[in-house]
Design a protein around this ligand. Structure first.
Ligand code: NI
Length: 697
């Protein structure tokens, strides 16, 4: 097939990732299977493409926001569809970062990486090669034998290397290996870490560059087989079914990647690196008929799992699951009634494999509505008004499995304009051999004993949400708002006063901020020119969940590589090249990239087109209850409208039991009468307000 054979402008009905039925792909539409094929053909025709060249990443190279908005407004050209393609030659290590014009059928630019600013992401092919590479190394085999093990009853876990200035690793693609014993084909190896042993591997030369054989620790014998009925115990058989039905179908409509639900409008996108991407999220204003923009693009652009155990075989454990491993490609195919219940709409995820061929993860993204309790409610003692509305939320989510851990990322949209992002953490702990108490009887300070003899090293999960904000337009600003106690003094004689302190963040260099629950710190994102009915700037507020930022020492390698994680917030001026908080090439990146580089020019951010980088996530001191499989742990942040609307925007939500706005009164329980009766001994008929003095609160 040639490029000319491909009809790239026609929506492919078999591929929901294409841009609806409009006939022309939106500039932000996720790459389609036909486009991946075209990209492969363009790239593989280049003279320096060899039989050993692999596609380390293929993704949409998004046009500049300015060009997309101009085109949408009808005063600009349709931007060219372009892809970013990272290529690794497995034989030579040659690594390139290319931009491909799909419509033009050509490679527009090629940058060759020299390794000094990081490596391309780890390939699955490299992971797969690891077991054989170490099995061929006699030092590794001997170290296993001394422990009574062989290469046949041990599995090897390849892990990203970090950057430690080891001279033999400069410019080479390195992975580090830890071993686990596996006692049978169904035995979960995470229960049996072979501690004290690690191999460092050059994946290009297929050689072990260093073997760490630091300690002989007994391999823990406990079972990790959570799927074994014997370990599960007698089934809990008292649970009755919960069935969620929407007899009239869901309330959302979907056209390709475009979703409409209530007043919400947005696009569902997918990327091999970031997984789910929400685009052009806005609120349709009924009065004007216009959709008011809120967020131009939202994703989890990076996540870091740094471990706090300084053991000689673990000090380097820091995983960037997005930048090093491209967690989007490990997106699960979700099952109805298992992963998602109710009236579900699935989006398939389309991506390229390492040979550049398109493949589809069916049902990779799940979307559905959930009842969410009370939206608003009041029983009025004076008017007799009894009103209650039920909250519901639209859930857009995906799950990805990265080795031992499984991560779900859930975006929630609410009827009152609230946006939430919640990470769900489950799967299996990365384990160690618990060394036991020291001579003084003290616990090991860097791991919990989660099962007899089994350690759960302390670690953090630090997610970076990249929020390309567009509250009522591109010109936005951020205020840090703290609650402030006012001292007793003139005007506050009784000392009850408190107020808020508002500090404008003016430049990138001073935008690094840390959450502080003791003052209820929040970050208000406001429009520079749009105002609400009170004449104040329209805005949204980012409400963080306070939890520790990166705990590694500021002088550490990981702190240099992950400056984004040292604060809860950074704000940068929009730059289409600034995509990922730890930089584009995270694998073996020595540091100074990503946020560090983005803020270096200290660009103004007050009233500019700005991007928020929000770090959130738990610091994990593992519990016995996290073993052998973790109940879901949660981490989240919230964006709430703050003066974006002139009043509660959800007044028009119909009462329960009414489907189309007619008032249903079966929920009016005469609650206020019951209250009045209790207070006075006599019932007040609805509509006859009490004025007898017991009403004030
Ligand atoms: Ni954890």
């Amino acid at each position: 097939m040639t490029i000319a054979d491909l009809d790239l402008t026609t929506s492919d009905a078999s591929n929901p990732a294409t841009g609806g039925g409009s006939g022309t792909l939106h500039p932000l539409a996720s790459l389609t299977a036909a486009e991946f094929t075209a990209i492969r053909d363009i790239v593989s025709a280049a003279p320096d493409f060899t039989a050993t060249t692999r596609f380390a990443y293929v993704g949409l190279d998004e046009p500049h926001k300015r060009d997309v908005l101009a085109w949408e407004a009808g005063d600009g050209e349709l931007p060219d569809r372009r892809a970013r393609v990272m290529l690794l030659d497995m034989a030579t290590g040659r690594s390139t970062d290319n931009v491909v014009s799909i419509g033009g059928g050509e490679i527009i630019s090629t940058a060759v990486l020299d390794g000094s600013t990081g490596q391309l992401p780890v390939l699955i092919e490299e992971f797969d090669a690891i077991a054989q590479i170490v099995a061929d190394d006699e030092r590794w085999v001997a170290a296993l034998h001394r422990r009574g093990l062989t290469v046949d009853n041990v599995i090897c876990v390849p892990l990203s290397a970090g950057y430690y200035e080891f001279p033999e690793e400069e410019g080479r693609r390195i992975l580090r290996v830890l071993a686990f014993r596996m006692d049978s084909p169904s035995d979960h190896p995470w229960a049996h870490p072979v501690d004290g042993l690690s191999a460092y591997v050059d994946t290009a030369t297929r050689s072990v560059t260093r073997l760490i054989d630091a300690a002989d620790l007994p391999v823990p014998a406990t079972s990790g087989n959570f799927d074994d009925p014997e370990l599960q115990g007698p089934p809990l058989d008292t649970l009755t079914p919960i069935v969620i039905t929407q007899p009239e179908g869901p309330s959302f409509t979907v056209d390709g990647e475009d979703v409409s639900w209530g007043n919400w409008r947005f696009k569902v996108g997918f990327d091999t690196r970031e997984g789910l991407v929400l685009r052009q999220l806005g609120w349709a204003d009924a009065a004007s008929g216009q959709t008011r923009p809120i967020i131009y693009r939202a994703s989890i652009d990076e996540m870091l799992v740094p471990y706090g155990d300084p053991s000689p075989v673990r000090f380097w454990q820091n995983y960037f699951d997005t930048g090093e491993y491209l967690f989007g490609r490990f997106t699960n195919s979700l099952a109805l009634g298992c992963d998602c219940v109710g009236e579900i709409h699935y989006f398939d995820a389309v991506l390229a494999d390492e040979l550049g061929n398109p493949f589809t993860i069916a049902n990779g993204i799940c979307m559905h509505e959930e009842d969410f309790g009370t939206l608003w409610k009041h029983s009025d003692m004076f008017t007799g008004s009894n009103e209650v509305r039920r909250s519901r939320r639209l859930v857009i989510s995906f799950f990805t499995t990265v080795g031992n851990y499984d991560y779900g990322f859930y975006w929630y949209l609410y009827l009152d304009g609230t946006i939430e992002c919640e990470a769900k953490l489950t799967g299996v702990l990365f384990t160690s051999a618990y060394p036991g108490l020291d001579e003084a009887g003290a616990d090991y300070p860097y791991a919990s004993e989660v099962a007899p003899g089994l350690g759960g090293p302390y670690h953090q999960h630090l997610f970076s949400a990249r929020l390309d904000m567009m509250v009522d337009g591109v010109a936005n600003a951020v205020d840090e708002v703290d609650a402030v106690r006012v001292p007793v003094g003139p005007g506050n004689e009784h000392g009850n006063a408190f107020t808020k302190a508002v500090t404008r963040l003016t430049t990138e260099g001073s935008s690094g901020r840390v959450a502080d629950a003791s003052v209820g710190r929040a970050w208000h994102v406001t429009n520079a020119s749009e105002t609400n009915a009170m004449g104040r700037p329209t805005g949204y507020v980012l409400l963080p969940t306070e939890s520790p930022t990166l705990l590694a020492d500021p002088s550490s390698s990981i702190a240099r590589r992950a400056e984004f994680a040292t604060k809860h917030l950074f704000v940068t001026a929009y730059d289409p090249a600034e995509r990922y908080a730890a930089g584009d090439f995270v694998h073996q990146n020595p540091g100074g990239d990503g946020i560090t580089r983005f803020i270096a020019d200290d660009a103004p951010i007050d009233g500019e087109d700005i991007v928020l980088w929000h770090t959130f996530g738990p610091t994990h001191f593992p519990r016995p209850e996290d073993w052998p499989v973790m109940p879901v742990d949660y981490a989240k942040f919230t964006l709430k409208p703050y003066g974006f609307f002139d009043r509660n925007p959800a007044l028009n939500v119909p009462a329960p039991g009414s489907s189309a706005g007619s008032s249903a009164d079966h929920c009016a329980h005469h609650a206020i009468d019951a209250v009045s009766e209790h207070a006075t001994g006599e019932a007040h008929p609805a509509g006859h307000a009490s004025h007898d003095g017991h009403a004030a609160h």
